[in-house]
Design a protein. Structure first.
Length: 447
C-alpha cells in the first residue's frame, strides 16, 4: 500500500474508533429517544393500536351491503334406470344407466338498513378505541421516560458517591501514613495505627459497594433501553450547579391543571366514559326492529335438456328482491340485562376517571412536596457539609500534632461522610422531582 493512501486510511480508523468510544456515553435525551424507538412493551402497545384501526375499518365496511356469489354443481348417476321404446308391435322396456349434470349460479346481496343505529354506534366506539390505543402508547412512553430519568439520576448520584468514597479512602490512607510516622517517633501507639489501617479497609469496602451500586443501576438502564450487547455502557454526567437545584418551582395548581389537559391517562379516561355512554345506547338498540334488504339474481342449467348451456342460462335467469322486518317481542330479558350492565360499566368508567385524576393530583403533590423539601434541605446540607469538612480538616491536623485521639478523628470523618451523603441525596432528589414537575407540566425531561 502506498504511503499516501495509508495515512487517510489510518485517520478513518482512528475516527471510527473515537466514534465508537463516544457512542458508549449516552445523554438523557439519547436514552429516551432510543428507548421510545426500541422498547418492546411500547412496540406491543403500537400493535394493539393497529389492531384497533383494523376493527374500525371493518365496522365502517359493515355499513354497506354484502355481496356474495354461489354456485352448486351436481352429478346424478342412475345405474338401473329403465327406458321405454315404442315399436309397431308394441312397447319394449330396456335397462340403461343414466348420468345427468345440473348446476345453479347466483349473486346475492344483503344490506341491514336499520338495526336501531347499532352499526353507526359500533363505528363510533371503534373510533374511540383507536384514540384510546394511541393514548395507551403515549402513556407507556411517559412511563418509560420517567423510569429512564429515575435511573439516570440514580446513576448520577452513585457516580458522585463513588467520587466521595474515593476521597475518603485517600484521606484515610494519608492518616495511616501519618500514623506510621508518628509511631516511628513514639508519639502514637501501634494499636491506634492498626485501627486506622482497619478503617482504610472499611472505607475501601464502602467504595466497592458504591461502585457495585453504580454498575447495577447502569445495567438496569441498559436493560430498559433493550441493549443486550457486551459493550461498556456509560452516561454523560451533566453539570449540576446550585442554579438547577434551587430554581423556582412551578405552582402546584398550575402543574396539576396542565397535567389534566395533557396527560394521556386523563384523556384515555375521558374516552372510556364516552365509549361507555355509546355502549348504553347500543344496548338499547336491542329493543328496536331490524330492517334488512335482500336482492339476488340466479340461473341454472341441466344436461337433460336439448338446449345449449347459454340458452339454458338465459331461459332460467331469475331476479329477486326482498325486505325483511324483525321485531323483538320477548328475548328472555337479554336486552334489559345488556342495558343494565352497560350502565354499570358507565358508572365504573366515571369512577375510574375520578380515581385517575385523584392519583394524578397525588403524584403532582408528592413531586412538589419532595422538591420543596429537598431544596430546603439542600441549603442546610451544603452548609453542614462545608462545616464538617472544615471540622475534619482541623481534627486531622490536631491528630497529627497529637492533640486529638483516634476516636475523635474517626468521629470527625464519619460526620463528614454522613454530611456528604446527605448533600448528595438532597441534591439529586431535588433534581429529579423538579424535572418531573416540569414533565407533568408538559415540558420534556431535562436535568
Amino acid at each position: 500500500m502506498k504511503t499516501g493512501h495509508l495515512v487517510p486510511a489510518l485517520s478513518l480508523l482512528l475516527l471510527a474508533s473515537n466514534g465508537a468510544s463516544a457512542q458508549k456515553q449516552w445523554t438523557l435525551q439519547q436514552c429516551i429517544d432510543y428507548a421510545l424507538e426500541h422498547n418492546i412493551s411500547l412496540e406491543q402497545k403500537r400493535l394493539s393500536g393497529w389492531q384497533s384501526m383494523e376493527d374500525e375499518k371493518q365496522s365502517r365496511a359493515a355499513l354497506f351491503p354484502s355481496i356474495s356469489f354461489n354456485t352448486n354443481q351436481n352429478v346424478s348417476y342412475r345405474p338401473y334406470a329403465q327406458q321405454t321404446i315404442t315399436l309397431e308391435s308394441g312397447t319394449m322396456t330396456t335397462n340403461s344407466n343414466t348420468t345427468t349434470y345440473n348446476g345453479s349460479y347466483g349473486i346475492n346481496a344483503n344490506w341491514t338498513v336499520w338495526n336501531g343505529n347499532k352499526n353507526n354506534l359500533t363505528v363510533k366506539r371503534n373510533k374511540l378505541a383507536v384514540e384510546s390505543a394511541e393514548l395507551e402508547v403515549a402513556q407507556q412512553a411517559n412511563t418509560i421516560q420517567e423510569q429512564i430519568a429515575q435511573l439516570y439520576v440514580q446513576i448520577l448520584y452513585e457516580n458522585e458517591a463513588v467520587r466521595v468514597n474515593e476521597e475518603i479512602v485517600k484521606a484515610s490512607q494519608l492518616q495511616v501514613d501519618r500514623a506510621r510516622t508518628m509511631v516511628e517517633v513514639g508519639s502514637l501507639a501501634v494499636v491506634d495505627q492498626k485501627q486506622l489501617e482497619a478503617q482504610v479497609a472499611q472505607d475501601e469496602y464502602s467504595l466497592a459497594q458504591a461502585k457495585s451500586q453504580l454498575a447495577n443501576y447502569k445495567l438496569k438502564l441498559k436493560q430498559l433501553l433493550e441493549l443486550h450487547d457486551d459493550e461498556p455502557f456509560d452516561i454523560i454526567v451533566p453539570s449540576v450547579d446550585d442554579s438547577k437545584i434551587l430554581t423556582p418551582l412551578p405552582d402546584q395548581t398550575s402543574v396539576y391543571n396542565a397535567a389534566l389537559e395533557s396527560r394521556p391517562e386523563i384523556k384515555a379516561g375521558k374516552i372510556d366514559v364516552k365509549s361507555a355512554d355509546i355502549a348504553v345506547k347500543s344496548a338499547r338498540s336491542g329493543y328496536s326492529p331490524t330492517i334488512s334488504l335482500t336482492a339476488g339474481i340466479g340461473t341454472s342449467n341441466s344436461s337433460g335438456s336439448d338446449q345449449s348451456f347459454g340458452k339454458q342460462v338465459k331461459t332460467n335467469l331469475s331476479n329477486s328482491i326482498g325486505l325483511t322486518l324483525s321485531m323483538p317481542i320477548f328475548d328472555n330479558l337479554t336486552t334489559r340485562t345488556n342495558i343494565r350492565k352497560a350502565k354499570l360499566a358507565q358508572i365504573s368508567s366515571e369512577l375510574q376517571l375520578k380515581d385517575t385524576e385523584k392519583k394524578l393530583y397525588s403524584t403532582v403533590e408528592d413531586y412538589y412536596l419532595n422538591a420543596t423539601n429537598s431544596q430546603q434541605q439542600y441549603v442546610y446540607a451544603k452548609k453542614n457539609e462545608e462545616s464538617m469538612k472544615e471540622s475534619y480538616g482541623l481534627v486531622s491536623e490536631q491528630f497529627s500534632l497529637g492533640l486529638k485521639n483516634i476516636v475523635e478523628l474517626t468521629t470527625g470523618k464519619n460526620n463528614l461522610l454522613q454530611a456528604q451523603q446527605q448533600l448528595l441525596q438532597t441534591k439529586y432528589t431535588a433534581l429529579l422531582n423538579i424535572a418531573m414537575l416540569r414533565f407533568y407540566e408538559g415540558e420534556t425531561i431535562k436535568l
